[in-house]
Every structure is written in C-alpha cells, then in structure tokens.
Design a protein around this ligand. Structure first.
Ligand SMILES: [Zn+2]
Length: 138
C-alpha cells in the first residue's frame, strides 16, 4: 500500500477529508497526534499512519477573550470568548485544540475530565485556513 509520507502537510490533508490520524512507531508502539515522522522515544523513523477514534477527555482548558487575528475574524472577542483545550485521546496522545459546544463565558460550567469527541470545522468562504480540528462534548 502506498501511504502518504508522515508529516504536517498530510496530517492536515486528512483533516480536510474528516479523518483524524496519528502516527505510531513500529518499534515502541508510541502514538503521536499530530503525526510525527520520527519517534522521540526511540529515535526510529519507521512510523505508520493510524486512524484515531476521535474520542477522549478534557484534560485542561482556558477561555480566551483576546485572541489572535484569525480568531477575531471568526467573531470571537471579549463578549464572545472561545475555549482552547488539551484533550487526552483514548489512544493516549494529548492534543491542543479548540473546544466548542461549551459556555466559554462561564468556564465554571466546563468540567475537566468530561468526554469529548472530534469535529471538523471547514473554513468559511472568506477564510484561507485549512479545516480546523475542534472538539465538542460527547
Ligand atoms: Zn518509538
């Protein structure tokens, strides 16, 4: 089978088609998301793409009221904050992504440990950004 090379470009390409994939080291079985082409644990370069279930739990989060320009362009501001989170996927890796479907104005209502699942946010017509990986409560 001719698999695409393991790098950020192909990781983002998979997101465009609604697939969350990581890479797994064939020597030590460690899994990485975003995918890495070189294993930092055993320095092996023999890794393979693996599909991720896209489910996990909320490990940490912060609600951001003053975001970068591309988030302001999406309508986020002091009155409409967004949530940035660390998600621990069920396969083990931790990934930083936006958490939607929560009340970022009331962070006390968001629970560390809650179950989340992947959602893919395609760019709107006036955005040049690729599809974003986000999570929502499941
Ligand atoms: Zn390894």
């Amino acid at each position: 089978m001719n698999e695409p090379q393991i790098n950020d470009h192909h990781f983002v390409n998979f997101l465009q088609t609604g697939q969350l994939k990581g890479s797994q080291c064939t020597a030590c079985n460690e899994v990485f998301v975003p995918a890495r082409g070189l294993c930092p644990h055993c320095q092996q370069a023999d890794l393979q793409w693996i599909p991720m279930a896209g489910t996990g739990r909320l490990l940490a989060f912060t609600c951001i009221t003053i975001g970068p320009p591309w988030m302001i362009a999406q309508g986020f501001n002091r009155d409409t904050p967004y949530c940035s989170a660390v998600i621990e996927l069920d396969e083990g890796p931790r990934v930083v992504a936006r958490l939607d479907g929560v009340d970022a104005q009331h962070p006390e209502t968001i629970s560390v440990g809650m179950r989340v699942e992947t959602k893919f946010r395609p760019p709107t017509d006036d955005e040049e950004a690729p599809t974003q990986l986000i999570f929502v409560p499941s």
